[in-house]
Design a protein. Structure first.
Length: 120
DNA sequence: ACAGTGACAACAT
DNA sequence: TATGTTGCCACTG
């Protein structure tokens, strides 16, 4: 896994259906505790890769912010896409786009798997 | 080489 | 709780 983005995608692909994690937690797993913002940027870059089948089934909806809230805000009156996707897989998202982390937080990867992704 | 850009997060009000 | 501020970092033109 050469670059940071690819490492982020590798982790995101491992998030189980019906679970969520945060940008910061992913950054921490990759050994970059302060790169949370870059994680969000990596996911944002996915929309330019939609054509590539390798990124087609990326469960990006399972990444929310540290407060357990969806960070993507689309224009008012339109249903939140990320909330829809999460509800489809059984995650309860309230009207304020919040998810109960005590229930749905993903435990994360074991260090062995992390090393495999980061390449050490 | 360098300034601009966010799907962040921690902290202070 | 809800905002606002500030520091951060990888990537881009």
């Amino acid at each position: 896994m050469r670059n940071f983005y690819e490492q982020v995608y590798a982790v995101v692909r491992r998030i189980p259906r019906g679970k969520v994690t945060s940008y910061g937690r992913i950054a921490n797993m990759l050994g970059r505790p302060r790169a949370a913002r870059a994680v969000g940027y990596a996911l944002n870059a996915l929309k330019d890769k939609q054509d590539d089948p390798a990124y087609a089934n990326m469960p990006w909806q399972r990444v929310i912010n540290s407060q357990g809230r969806i960070s993507i805000v689309n224009r008012e009156n339109s249903a939140n896409r990320q909330a829809e996707l999460l509800r489809q897989e059984g995650v309860v998202v309230d009207d304020n786009l919040r998810v109960n982390l005590d229930v749905y937080l993903w435990e994360g990867l074991h260090w062995v798997e992390i090393d495999d992704i980061v390449g050490r």
